[in-house]
Design a protein around this ligand. Structure first.
Ligand SMILES: C[S@@+](CC[C@H](N)C(=O)[O-])C[C@H]1O[C@@H](n2cnc3c(N)ncnc32)[C@H](O)[C@@H]1O
Length: 340
């Protein structure tokens, strides 16, 4: 009997490229129809099963994660899972976390990565753009680690996003002005980029050349999907979180608007850079499931606490009031509870 790469892919939920790489490293012959012998299949099975880590997680087949009955994760246990199993959090690197998800397992990606480009290149006086670098975190480190945003790394991140996103679904990725020009164009090679939205923070912040008042949100799709409404403008006036408890904490309304545009009840929402958990709160408010990840222990503990409290009491520990600006069209979307 012969086994195909497809067999292996399904058995271990890994992408064909990885299987092929693995076969090559282990000098296992594939015939011209992509098949291997049973003996080779068993060797592979053994290798995968006994290997403590394949790419990033413990792939012993025993630690699958189910999001409310739906198998989504194959090789690591969540650091937090809500009682109803609709919300789970992982502490991991974004790419490694995405690699551990089943293909076509999430319905929407809404995320705000920790880009390093802006901080590293655009200096503000003696400090840098984001965060109190000198006095925060352990041993005088930065507030949080930044995602190493080389073009190769970013491409790999996007490809993993594409792999885990179901077909005919949307992705929203936040960008500062620096990363928008350097990294966002790469998204065109992976997704169908539909628009670049603007989050207008209503009040000015820091900035050397013009005071910053906005961020960008790249909106793209895998396959075809209409927005839930034709009435959502592409500039979103929502105030920033003042005196936030987590650096770069975003208003939940920014993520809620993404979900108003593209989600349905029970959609699996994914955020690989979860931070304080604003996207998770938005997902709960929108009747969705949520799977998120962050490298930082602090982010995980903050978002876990925030989610638990919100599920229990419907109060948001980290954003006590609405941050909607004075934009009639946007306010209307929230008043109606619907987007059309
Ligand atoms: C801009 S913040 C997200 C803020 C979040 N949207 C909120 O509203 O609180 C980016 C997050 O990415 C995390 N991070 C940095 N490098 C990462 C990586 N390689 N993988 C996953 N998370 C990472 C940081 O710890 C930080 O919490």
């Amino acid at each position: 009997m012969l086994y195909t790469i497809q067999n292996i892919k399904e058995r271990f939920s890994i992408v064909s490229d990885d299987v092929e790489k693995y076969l090559k490293i282990n000098k296992i012959k594939i015939d011209d129809k992509g098949r291997i012998s049973e003996k080779s299949y068993l060797i592979l099975l053994d290798l995968f099963s006994n290997q403590e880590k394949f790419e990033n997680g413990n792939n012993n087949g025993k630690s699958e994660t189910f999001l409310n009955g739906q198998k989504i994760q194959i090789n690591q246990k969540p650091v937090y899972e809500s009682q109803d199993q609709r919300i789970s959090l992982f502490q991991d690197d974004a790419i490694s976390f995405l690699k551990s998800l089943q293909p076509d397992s999430v319905d929407i990606i809404i995320t705000d990565p920790a880009y390093s480009g802006m901080n590293q290149r655009l200096k503000l006086g003696r400090g840098k753009i984001i965060g109190k670098y000198a006095d925060a975190g352990k041993d005088g480190a930065k507030w949080f680690e930044e995602f190493h945003d080389t073009k190769e790394n970013y491409k790999s991140f996007l490809e993993q996003c594409y792999r885990v996103l179901r077909n005919n679904r949307h992705i929203y990725i936040m960008f500062d002005s620096y990363s928008l020009l350097s990294l966002a164009p790469i998204a065109r090679n992976v997704f169908e980029v539909k628009n670049v939205l603007c989050w207008d923070k209503a009040n000015i912040g820091l900035g050397h050349y013009f005071r910053r008042r906005h961020e960008f949100i790249l909106f793209a799709s895998k396959g075809k999907r209409h927005l839930n409404s034709r009435n959502i403008p592409d500039v979103w006036k929502i105030k920033r979180v003042s005196a936030s408890k987590y650096p770069t904490q975003k208003p939940t309304e920014v993520f809620e608007l993404m979900l108003k545009g593209s989600a349905e009840k029970d959609f699996v929402v994914c955020d690989p850079f979860v931070g304080s958990g604003s996207s998770a709160i938005a997902a709960i408010k929108s009747g969705c499931k949520f799977i998120g990840c962050d490298t930082s222990e602090k982010a995980i503990s903050v978002s876990k606490e925030r989610i638990k409290q919100f599920l229990k009491t419907k109060t948001d520990l980290y954003q006590k009031t609405s941050l909607l600006g004075d934009d009639e069209a946007i306010t209307k979307l929230f008043l109606n509870g619907k987007s059309n």
